[in-house]
Design a binder for this molecule. Sequence first.
Ligand code: FES
Length: 322
Amino acid sequence: MDENDFRHTEVRVSEAENVTSDVLRLTLVASDGGDLPAWQAGAHVDLHLPSGLSRQYSLCGDSTDTSSYTICVLREPNGRGGSAEIHDTVKVGGELEIVGPRNHFALRSAPSYLFLAGGIGITPIKAMIDEAERRGAEWSLLYGGRTASSMVYGPELGERHPEKVQLIPQDVEGLIDVVVAVAELPDDTQVYCCGPEGLLDAAGSACAAVGIADRLHIERFAAGEAVAPPEDGEKPFEVELRQSGVTLTVGADQTLLHVVRGVRPDIDFSCQEGYCGSCESRVLEGQPDHRGTMMTPEEHDEDGTMLICVGRSCSPKLVLDL
Ligand code: FES
């Protein structure tokens, strides 16, 4: 975890522009007129909405300019209401709260990159391309979308980097052929992929088939295949919240998040499905039972964190830094 992961900042919408028929681009500035927290390519912020909903959006502007953030919001007609609320109610001059930025999709240092983007998944990739250019690294982008006109940043990227960018509108050219894309990558190329589940799954299978699964890095905007609960059912366990000075019991039919929020209603959460990272908490003692899809259990153990919306405990008691 980073010091900014749980930083709350009041922001004001300084620009709002419909950049495609269903994507609204927002520019956010600090309400107090100061700089916003620094960020790196791949980072996202949690946007807290007036209704109480919280949604994650990748930062896609210039990471060297902390006077503003840029996010793009896709209207999701079958979503849970967050994107519709933003499209329908957020206006220039409106005040919002953000948490973060946090980054679970950081761009590793490498001589070359293959970027795979599907739809609104271009947003973190766009920041990565800017960063790869700054680093002087080789890169190429395969960017798929429903139609050419739906592809945010498509024309801009295509014009700026015609030899590196391949735009693949699905209605004309079909889906990105990920198998071909990763078939003969140089040994030092890292693959970054963001987009719908189908693209992430295809990238995972294609990279595994050619033995480069360890060079694939993905970001989910929806739940992946989570770890299944035990066959003999969930077990209750104790959780001590060290800062709060309380020890609680998490029943077999309760989530750790629900129990923690009973005494710490300030604890952030959003997806409640283990992929967004909002509820990530530091573990001081005990062995968590990690079940999310944002990071592997090994990565969580290395960081000393867990996702309390889906995670439980392998040990009788957990101690959290809450
Ligand atoms: S609330 Fe999204 S990972 Fe826990």
